[in-house]
Design a protein around this ligand. Structure first.
Ligand code: DX5
Ligand code: ZN
Length: 221
């Protein structure tokens, strides 16, 4: 059963601490934090200050997704704020190997993300060095978009690459448009972490929404 990582992008920021606690009590495994800079993606969201506040609200792993240019400038700030995992985009890192090493040296677990149009095959030479690969199933920048079909096929190709390299234990995270309808096929493809924002924080009870995703995963596809 994949882990569930609620994305606080869709949370009510006036009650962020409470909403994170509710997600934790409702069975969230990680808390996913979407950092956007208005350059790599059109939207601007949050920085280390909010990560530091989230850190005080939970002991769950903070899974920080950096949708920013030149992420290497901010890695130390995010680790200091309490990030456990830092994921950078392949598209923003000309020296990806160095950036991944920096994350590890800072004491966080490095991940690499790819946009919908970036083939997972471009990650072949970085896979030995990362703990997580994030497959974007929407174009990064906003919550509430529709899942792009074909993302499961990317997950399957990635699993093939990892097993060809004899790599075990690398988390395969899928992010964007995940809800009880889309989750089962993504899980069946072999994703190990599902990120969901609007399906969890959008409306209704946070814990019921997490349960609805979990329940959908119990159904055969
Ligand atoms: C999109 C972000 C996602 C987003 C997912 O750029 O990386 O984490 O919050 O939101 P939903 O689940 O609403 O697609
Ligand atoms: Zn994200």
């Amino acid at each position: 059963m994949p882990l569930i990582a609620p994305s606080i992008l869709s949370a009510d920021f006036t009650r962020l601490g409470e909403q994170i606690e509710e997600a934790e009590q409702g069975g969230a495994d990680w808390i996913h934090v979407d950092v956007m800079d208005g350059h790599f993606v059109p939207n601007i969201t949050i920085g280390p200050l909010v990560v530091e506040a989230a850190r005080r609200a939970t002991e769950l792993p903070l899974d920080v997704h950096l949708m920013i240019e030149e992420p290497e400038r901010y890695l130390a700030d995010f680790v200091q704020a309490g990030a456990n995992r830092l994921t950078v985009h392949q598209e923003t890192c000309p020296h990806l190997h160095r950036t991944v090493q920096q994350i590890r040296e800072l004491g966080a677990l490095p991940g690499v993300a790819v946009n919908p149009a970036t083939p997972v095959e471009t990650l072949a030479d970085i896979l030995p060095f990362v703990d997580l690969v994030l497959v974007m199933s929407v174009n990064p920048g906003f919550g509430g978009q529709s899942y792009i079909e074909g993302s499961s096929a990317k997950v399957r190709r990635l699993i093939g690459m990892l097993s060809a390299q004899g790599r075990r234990g690398v988390e395969i995270e899928v992010d964007g448009g995940i809800d009880p309808k889309t989750a089962p096929s993504i899980a069946a493809a072999g994703a190990t972490v599902l990120v969901a924002g609007s399906a969890i924080f959008g409306s209704g009870s946070i814990s019921a929404n997490i349960q609805a995703i979990r329940k959908s995963l119990a159904v055969e596809v």
